[in-house]
Design a protein around this ligand. Structure first.
Ligand SMILES: *Cc1c(COP(=O)(O)O)cnc(C)c1O
Ligand code: SF4
Length: 432
């Protein structure tokens, strides 16, 4: 069994490999790590990061806060109070101001929280008709925090924390909404939960015998950052037995695995974990955003998909980096992202082409950049809803003026001199 060692702001200097860093580099981690959540573990440090070239290593950048993730003024304001050894309260005030500049609640997550029998159901988000998100209280943390992650306010700011304790609320909600076929356990990383919590939730769903419930999905980074969760952890075998039982009872278990880079698929530990899950009848699907400094190249994506398929993983989504946190640091333009998608898609055979994207998860829905085209002399982005708050929006291509610098839907305007995108009126009515 591999012992779990967790590192964060208070103890990262104990990581033996910190000897590769200068004092200044360590101080920079401290500054940015005071603003953005920072947590990593011994698997990432020992198995994924190549310390000989750590400054360019994708897992170093994804786990250790980088100076450039804050704008210069913000960095300086935090560095100054830390250097001066200012009182805690003063540091907190400065940090709070910087955080609020970083769009801590993107894509209107608050507006996805349903009201049920007169009460707000914190812990559930229901945006797309067939699919609800469930945030189990015990799964609202992660094995390591990704520096680009839009969930960062949950770790850093308690008031944004979505959580729910009771399994019966979950059951009642799925029962009362016969359109729901999929329950997605999400977080944080629900695979951080002990198996006994999974048992509580899954058994409640089984006992309720809900005819509309077909798929339970688990959105997780654990395969990449702590594969021992499915192999040698104390309750790993219990978890696999539970998955097998669900499958036997007719519920499909899909692990929505988050892989950013092909190197995450190459360790013995991850290969063993994938094999065990697949042997237990679990479907593994993969998703990741395109991130500058990490994977913004078509060859990386092609390798990723090919490796995944060889291991039995189904490529699922390519995302466009969210408009939150260190977005400027990781952002790739819509045009470049589309080129990366296309050039990667062109290199692989049909069995890798289960992937959808590149897609922006924005407030109205998941919007795919189908491509760039020219229509009657006007250069345009062709866009398409893969998911929509209104299912009727899905699959109707629409057009935005081409803009080589656009990185998010907010940067786009409708093409052909039209004043609104087709969905906007009904979308604003929905919000009202
Ligand atoms: C992506 C997402 C889902 C799942 O969508 P699928 O296309 O079915 O994978 C569900 N809810 C929210 C809020 C999402 O962002
Ligand atoms: S594991 Fe997932 S939820 Fe956790 S920090 Fe990374 S992207 Fe965010």
């Amino acid at each position: 069994m591999t012992e779990y060692k967790s590192y964060a702001l208070h103890n990262f200097r104990d990581i033996p490999q910190m000897e590769y860093l200068t004092e200044e580099q360590k101080f920079n981690i401290e500054v940015v790590g005071t603003v953005l959540p920072f947590k990593t573990n011994n698997y990432v440090v020992d198995e994924l990061i190549d310390w000989n070239n750590f400054e360019k290593n994708p897992f170093f950048i994804l786990n250790f806060p980088q100076k450039e993730m804050l704008d210069e003024a913000s960095f300086k304001s935090v560095a100054t109070v830390l250097k001066r050894g200012a009182p805690k309260k003063e540091i907190q005030d400065v940090v709070r101001k910087v955080r609020l500049k970083l769009n801590p609640n993107p894509a209107g997550q608050e507006s996805n929280v349903p009201v049920f029998e007169g009460k707000k159901l914190n812990g559930i988000q229901h945006k797309y008709r067939e699919t609800m998100l469930f945030f189990p209280t015990q799964g609202q943390t992660c094995h390591a925090y990704c520096t680009f992650c839009f969930r960062w306010p949950q770790f850093a700011l308690n008031e944004f924390k979505f959580a729910m304790k009771e399994a019966d609320k979950l059951v009642q909600y799925v029962k009362a909404n016969p359109h729901i076929t999929d329950v997605i356990f999400t977080g944080g990383d629900p695979a951080v939960m002990k198996t006994r919590f999974f048992e509580t939730y899954f058994n409640a769903l089984l006992e309720a015998d809900i005819p509309n419930l077909k798929n339970i999905r688990i959105g997780t980074k654990s395969l990449a950052y702590w594969p021992y969760r499915f192999t040698t952890d104390n309750d790993a075998s219990d978890l696999l037995r539970l998955f097998k039982k669900m499958k036997r009872k007719g519920i499909n278990i899909a692990l929505m695995a988050h892989f950013n880079h092909p190197s995450e698929l190459k360790t013995d530990a991850v290969k063993r974990a994938v094999k065990r899950l697949i042997d237990a009848g679990v479907q593994i699907r993969s998703q990741s955003p395109v991130l500058k400094h990490i994977n913004a190249h078509a060859d990386i994506w092609a390798e990723n998909w090919k490796l995944q398929v060889r291991l039995g993983i189904i490529p699922y989504y390519m995302f466009i980096a969210r408009d939150t946190g260190a977005q400027d640091y990781f952002a790739v333009s819509l045009n470049q992202t589309w080129q990366i998608f296309r050039n990667a898609y062109n290199q692989v055979s049909g069995i890798c082409r289960t992937v959808k994207g590149p897609s922006m998860s924005c407030n109205p829905g998941k919007i795919q950049v189908v491509g760039v085209s020219e229509i009657k002399g006007e250069k345009v982005f062709v866009l398409n809803f893969l998911q929509g708050r209104d299912p009727g929006w899905v699959g109707k291509p629409f057009f935005a003026k081409y803009d080589p610098n656009a990185i998010w839907i907010d940067d786009l305007e409708p093409a052909f001199g039209v004043s609104n995108f087709f969905f906007e009126e009904s979308y604003y009515q929905m919000l009202a």
